[in-house]
Design a protein around this ligand. Sequence first.
Ligand code: SF4
Length: 276
Amino acid sequence: MAGLYIHVPFCKQVCYYCDFHFSASMRDKGRMVKALCREVEDRKAYTEASKLKTLYLGGGTPSVLSQEELSKLFETIDRVLGIQQMDEVTMEVNPDDLDKTYLEFLKKWGVNRLSIGIQSFSDQVLASMNRRHNAKQAIESVKMVQEAGFTNITIDLIYGYPGSPKGRWDKDLELAMSLDVPHISAYHLSIEDKTVFGRYLKKGKIAPVDESISEREYARLLEVTRQHGYLHYEISNFARPGYEAQHNSSYWKQEPYLGIGPSAHSYDGKSRQWNH
Ligand code: SF4
């Protein structure tokens, strides 16, 4: 058994490009945590044959959970499946959810890898995506995480974004390199039907980015990351040696995993399962 994935389906704000499953209402957070804990208990047998090596809390935005809510979740996972023996414990976080106390709390529970949803360092682009942080918060969050002693950090960036200010992607890459994080996930924007951008596209309010821009930005991504010592080890992922994501890499190696939560999938080595 490779890993355990927990889907935390809440976000404080709807990003206009996002087609993940989540709720922007926080009303049911407590009930959802209870349900996640119960599912961990119920699915214990799925993992019994082997030891879990990685835990990944994704979303949604797991960092919208309070310390109290996370404590309940971590306590259950640790008791039923064990966290302390895991090699990699990743949590997705939003820049504006972080402070020193929260980071210390995460460390205490064994979180040793943080994935920060930055997407861009351009205030204009962030506002047009309806992200809830700005560029200053993005930069400060990385520094805060580094000062808190986290070394295994990844940031998400989006390129191929229509209507970007001139030179935006080059500047984003430059800033990302200056932050000296060991892992970067860079995704080309795809406009999905059931999103705000999908509706904008139908109404002609936006158009997909020109292919020549996509090509140029992708080439620049490969060039800059190579120059700074990152290995392009997976389609959208770049890591300094030794910082490749263990949890996500196990999907590509077809290792079994258990998914908990409304939109999580599981794989037992033969077939996949998911919740209705
Ligand atoms: S924070 Fe992440 S999951 Fe939530 S709406 Fe934005 S992109 Fe989607």
